[in-house]
Design a protein around this ligand. Structure first.
Ligand code: URP
Ligand code: ZN
Ligand code: ZN
Length: 460
């Protein structure tokens, strides 16, 4: 099967030009002006943007968490991602304390295997680093193609590891060519503040926010950056939200340290005033919580300064009845919000259209850098001869409204209900096959492939 995409305005992290793209099987085999080739299928992309499929490196599908499961499974989540122009996601496996990493891998595969519509990979979250776990790191990197290891400095009593484990893990991961990603907030401080607020009868969603002040994130980010500097292990801070935490990274550059930083679309667009509306605020109860307007400014600036390399989602949806588990106690509200389908369109509309970032930067942070940092470039994350034909054809002018009534995520509300956006995903190809066209999905679960990733280094 061959496909010719004609006259699209091709955008990569570095280029912007009009040309045709020829695809044979799963791969882009030629790019050029007026390509003289015969194809089984032709797509007219004149007047449209054509960019690489988005990669969301931070999602939680069908994840057991806080007494329930995130409500998108691998089928609904990766399909919704495709509708929104994201062709690949990286999900998180959570080790159970006392069990091996491979036990967790098997458990996650039992939910993901043959169920994904779009392509996917895993980060391995290490919640119990010991002599046995240590031996598994090399195997994950060299045999499983899972080269990034997630750590939690928070969620005390469930997922959190201490600094002793962190240092040991960093040394091992560095030795074998991997990377550590971190949820960097101070778990002990958060635990103290949460219990204090509960003890005082302060139980509404607002107290979720007040239990995780900026300092808890700034302190942990700085500690993580220091440990990464000491061990020399490549590091990636997930869902960074605020000025204090980004300044820890900024300071580290003064000693020539490189630290990768991800923020998420919600931290760029939403703020903590949403917690002031009684239980409705539970829709945005996530960790870390939404911050202040000044933090949004810091994050947009950080993207343009090259300090923030990735915009992800931390998609972790829970239906309203699940959020109600915490109606009498904010600490029981399952943490997370849905965005896997909205990231690309929101970032375009709020970032590119409103002139906060360039089109090239848009592709860089949403597609290319995730592929580079997580060992998949140039197979993924760009439009080039030899790359997988993961391609989005995008109308930059079409306006539409985001709503739970029209989205494809398995959740009965939207964090962005009624938001008017400019720019719409029209056609999505995944490895050369049309996945989305005319608001229909043409591929089924099982089409999505597990993508083995390469070793990483600190340079992108
Ligand atoms: O609130 C969040 N972020 N839920 C998902 C788990 C995590 O911390 O990333
Ligand atoms: Zn987290
Ligand atoms: Zn997360």
């Amino acid at each position: 099967m061959s496909t010719l995409i004609k006259n699209g305005n091709i955008i990569t992290a570095t280029d912007n030009y009009v040309a045709d793209i020829f695809i044979e099987g799963e791969i882009i085999t030629a790019i050029g002006k007026n390509l003289n080739v015969k194809a089984d299928k032709e797509i007219d992309a004149a007047g449209k943007l054509v960019f690489p499929g988005g990669i969301d490196p931070h999602v939680h599908l069908d994840m057991p968490f806080m007494g329930t499961y995130s409500s998108d499974n691998y089928e609904t989540g990766t399909r919704a991602a495709l509708y929104g122009g994201t062709t690949m996601v990286i999900d998180f496996i959570l080790q159970k304390q006392g069990n091996s990493l491979h036990d967790a891998l098997k458990e996650w595969q039992s939910r993901s295997d043959n169920n994904c519509v779009g392509d996917y990979s895993f980060h391995m979250a290490v919640t119990d680093f010991n002599d046995d776990t240590k031996k598994e790191i090399k195997v994950f990197i060299e045999q499983e193609g899972i080269t990034s290891f997630k750590t939690f400095m928070a969620y005390k009593g469930a997922l959190m590891i201490d600094d002793r484990q962190m240092i040991g893990l960093m040394e091992e991961v560095k030795k074998h060519g991997g990377l550590i990603n971190v949820h960097a907030t101070n778990g002990d401080m958060i635990d103290y503040l949460t219990q204090k607020h509960r003890g005082e009868g302060k139980l509404s969603p607002l107290y979720h926010y007040l239990s995780q002040p900026e300092i808890t994130e700034a302190e942990a980010s700085e500690r993580f950056v220091d440990m990464a500097s000491y061990t020399g292990c490549p590091g990636y801070i997930v869902h960074l939200t605020c000025e204090g935490a980004l300044n820890a990274v900024r300071n580290a550059t003064k000693r020539n340290q490189k630290m990768f930083v991800e923020t998420c679309i919600q931290y760029l667009l939403l703020d903590a005033s949403l917690y002031e509306q009684n239980f409705e605020g539970a829709k945005w109860v996530m960790s870390p919580p939404l911050r202040e307007k000044k933090d949004q400014q810091t994050l947009w600036a950080g993207i343009n300064q090259g300090l923030v390399q990735v915009v992800a989602t931390d998609h972790c949806p829970f239906k309203w009845e699940q959020k109600l588990m915490g109606k009498d106690d904010f600490s029981k509200i399952p943490n997370g919000h849905p965005a896997i389908e909205n990231r690309m369109e929101l970032l375009f509309s709020e970032g590119v259209v409103k002139n906060k970032i360039t089109l090239n930067k848009y592709v860089e942070v949403a597609c290319t850098n995730p592929a580079k940092i997580f060992g998949m470039f140039p197979r993924k994350g760009t439009i080039a001869v030899g790359s997988d034909a993961d391609i989005v054809i995008f109308d930059p002018n079409e306006k539409h409204t985001l709503s739970a009534t029209t989205h494809h995520m398995n959740v009965d509300y939207s964090g962005y209900e009624g938001w008017e956006v400019t720019g719409k995903v029209k056609t999505v190809l995944l490895r050369g096959t049309v996945a989305i066209e005319n608001n229909e999905c043409y591929i089924k679960k099982g089409f999505g492939k597990f993508i083995k990733r390469n070793k990483v280094d600190n340079k992108i």
